[in-house]
Design a binder for this molecule. Structure first.
Ligand code: RAM
Length: 522
């Protein structure tokens, strides 16, 4: 073990864990995909973001078009792809007497190839927007892009040739990459065609996020986040079953905790394994729950024993945030995630995540025969008692959060998932949420996943299916090839980052319907 100083945080690097993670680097499979059609972007106020595509030519026509200065074309690959794009370029007319200047823009959604990226003014780096400008000195040329892109549409802008020559795009393809193979998926067809499609698109979403790690999104952030990993792992068990990738990701987190033993909210694997200096209360606790789910699936005792100290430490740190009443302390910072919603108070939902994690931790402690078992059981009892005493509002009949006693969907959902209430009380609470519609709602498929799972937990299957169809089905109706990072049906341009241009439209945490449909046999 050696100590690494990263800015203000100290990371305690565990070499053995990092080596184990490295020994599990998956094979990356490649598939060559060619575009399906040439399209044009059409303004349409009736569709999401105000843009749709329309086929204008057959893709086979591409080789016949001679492009000059200012021309452009949009090729549509027909589905979401993650990979490396190649263009075969040649000239027409006089010998090329000047370099070719070409700009490429990649879009998961039509809006990304419709609106100029110069219009972006969000707070995340604009460098996530997928474009590049290339100068080609000699033609013919095989332009093989070295950056990996995540897209369905590629807009090719010919910035300049020269007055004497034009350029022809002789061929274009994408070498799509993933560590998952669709042929490995457990075969399953739902008789309900909407649920069947939702299941398939969930799997495609998961596949495109499965690279050397479970990425959160292949466009952005292209890294391993714990909250996303937890859900990807669940979806994976019922589909690809590449359980070693889950194991690898658990070891990656366990290899780089800080000096308190807390695992980071996310890690980078390039240029080498690095813990990000972001720590989130709920995400750290999900290390324990993800290990629990992994063990349940694999019965891999060796991994459980090796990672138990890390899992237990997350519980200890979670408990250390409790005040003298056994209620988790709130603050104004981004201390816990829960959902992307500026208005959401995180206290009550985070308290519920702690309870949820304690239960799974106790199950693990029993399996490993840990001496900490009795301590954890006592803590769980105290925390549950305090939750009912201080966070349940008898008049409102809801759990309340923070000093302003906020009633949010997230708080109720997480309390149900944490098992704080008996089955019939939980059901009554979920029914109340649906009828009374608390004002602090949900913005992400991540939070909607928890809502649906809470409904299933209390036996409200009809409502759960209705939500799956309305929410994920809504994305399909709005043109999703893979499910999105953000989706608010009442505000379809919602972005926590200040612009929907930077949103990710293939995002791992939205891939869970396949888990919900298959696991709960909906
Ligand atoms: C976003 C990422 C990621 C998520 C974090 C909290 O930046 O999209 O998926 O886990 O937020």
């Amino acid at each position: 073990m050696n100590i690494q100083k990263v800015e203000q945080q100290t990371v305690v690097f565990n070499d053995a864990f990092a080596k184990k993670a490295n020994s599990l680097i998956p094979t990356i499979y490649k598939e060559r995909i060619r575009p399906k059609q040439i399209v044009e972007i059409v303004e349409d106020s009736k569709v999401i973001h105000g843009w749709r595509t329309e086929q204008v030519r057959e893709v086979s026509d591409l080789q016949e078009i001679e492009f000059g200065k200012g021309d452009s074309v949009i090729v549509d690959f027909g589905d979401h792809e993650v990979g490396y794009v190649t263009l075969k370029l040649k000239s027409a007319g006089s010998p090329p007497d000047a370099p070719l200047h070409v700009k490429l823009t990649f879009g998961e959604m039509p809006v990304e190839v419709a609106e100029p990226f110069s219009s972006y003014d969000g707070w995340l780096s604009s460098s996530w927007l997928q474009e590049e400008s290339v100068y080609v000195d000699v033609l013919p040329h095989i332009l093989a892009l070295t950056r990996r892109y995540s897209f369905r549409y590629v807009k090719i802008d010919i910035i300049d040739t020269s007055p004497k020559y034009r350029v022809i795009i002789d061929d274009t393809y994408c070498d799509a990459v993933s560590s998952a193979q669709l042929s490995d998926v457990y075969s399953y067809t739902h008789e309900d065609s909407v649920l069947a499609e939702i299941d398939q698109v969930s799997i495609k979403t998961l596949k495109d996020c499965m690279q050397e790690i479970f990425e959160d999104g292949p466009k952005r952030d292209r890294r391993l986040w714990l909250g996303d990993l937890r859900l990807q792992a669940l979806a994976n068990y019922n589909t690809f079953a590449t359980n070693d990738l889950v194991k690898r990701c658990l070891y990656l987190f366990a290899a780089v905790p800080n000096d308190k033993g807390q695992v980071a909210a996310n890690v980078f694997i390039q240029p080498s394994l690095i813990a990000d200096d972001t720590y989130l209360y709920d995400y750290s606790l999900f290390f324990t729950t993800t290990l629990h789910d992994y063990y349940e699936e694999t019965k891999d005792e060796e991994t459980l024993k090796e990672l138990w100290p890390t899992a237990y430490r997350q519980l200890e740190l979670g408990l250390a945030r409790l005040d003298e009443r056994h209620i988790v302390q709130d603050d104004e910072t981004w201390w816990s995630f829960i959902d992307w919603n500026d208005k959401l108070n995180k206290q009550a939902p985070s308290q519920a995540v702690l309870i949820y994690a304690l239960r799974k931790g106790i199950a693990l402690a029993q399996i490993v025969g840990a001496c900490e078992l009795a301590f954890l059981e006592k803590q769980l009892a105290d925390v549950e008692k305090a939750t009912k005493a201080h966070l349940w509002d008898e008049t409102k009949q809801f759990f309340v959060s923070g000093k302003n006693k906020q009633v949010s969907w997230a708080a109720q959902v997480w309390m149900v998932l944490a098992g704080v209430l008996k089955q019939d009380e939980g059901r009554a609470l979920m029914e109340r949420v649906i009828t009374e519609k608390p004002p602090v709602t949900m913005n992400t498929p991540y939070m909607y996943h928890h809502f649906v799972e809470a409904l299933l937990k209390v036996g409200m299957n009809t409502e759960a299916i209705k939500t799956l169809k309305a929410y994920w089905g809504g994305m399909l109706e709005d043109g999703a090839d893979t499910f999105w990072e953000l989706y608010n049906p009442n505000d379809k341009t919602f972005s926590p980052y200040g612009s929907h241009l930077i949103n990710s439209y293939c995002h791992a945490w939205s891939c869970t319907p396949t888990y919900l449909i298959r696991k709960y046999e909906l």
